[in-house]
Design a protein around this ligand. Sequence first.
Ligand code: IMP
Length: 201
Amino acid sequence: MSPPAQPVSPARLLFSEEQLRRRVAALGAEITRAYAELPESLVVVGVLKGSTLFLADLLRSIRLDAEIDFIAISSYAQGPDTQSGVVRIVKDLDHDVSARDLLLVEDIVDTGLTLNYLRRTLLEREPRSLATVALLDKAARRIVPVPIEYRGFEIPDVFVVGYGLDFQGRYRNLRAIQAVSDLARLANEPRLLEPAWWRNT
Ligand code: IMP
């Protein structure tokens, strides 16, 4: 009699807490060097909600006079594979950003539609400069070419959760980033990854 089949793990560790810490610190150092000569403080713009954990760590590695602002957008089509690209602002910036230096902080760039929309919207406000830092880049999925001046990691076409990234609002507080191997199963059992949470954080 053959032994019972091992259940296939629904997720695998993609980036550990330590890998994230090192890469984010390196990005912070790179950004600090690039913006060393600013006339005014740098306006760091977080895109809610996915970028919040990354932003909190990145900001502590940026050794410059900096301010934080947030923008939140909503896309009309929901779900990982149904991006309409039609977005609207649900929370706008508090700052007047004309003639300011803006650093847009994104968790992940996938099709590029969201970043493309954000860039167009912010450029209309005539900042002195606009650059983007994205923790993850799923370059293979790009529909619209978008510049990413500072990039954490390029990743393959996998769905990821943790370190701010969610599945239906869950798993943002995982300290590591996990790649979901069976998205259909996760959709049926949204709490599926909870055991992995305790193993790999
Ligand atoms: P884009 O407009 O297709 O580039 O998608 C960007 C947004 O989609 C991100 O800011 C995330 O909110 C979401 N997203 C894309 N891929 C993933 C993923 O693998 N995990 C979690 N969210 C994702």
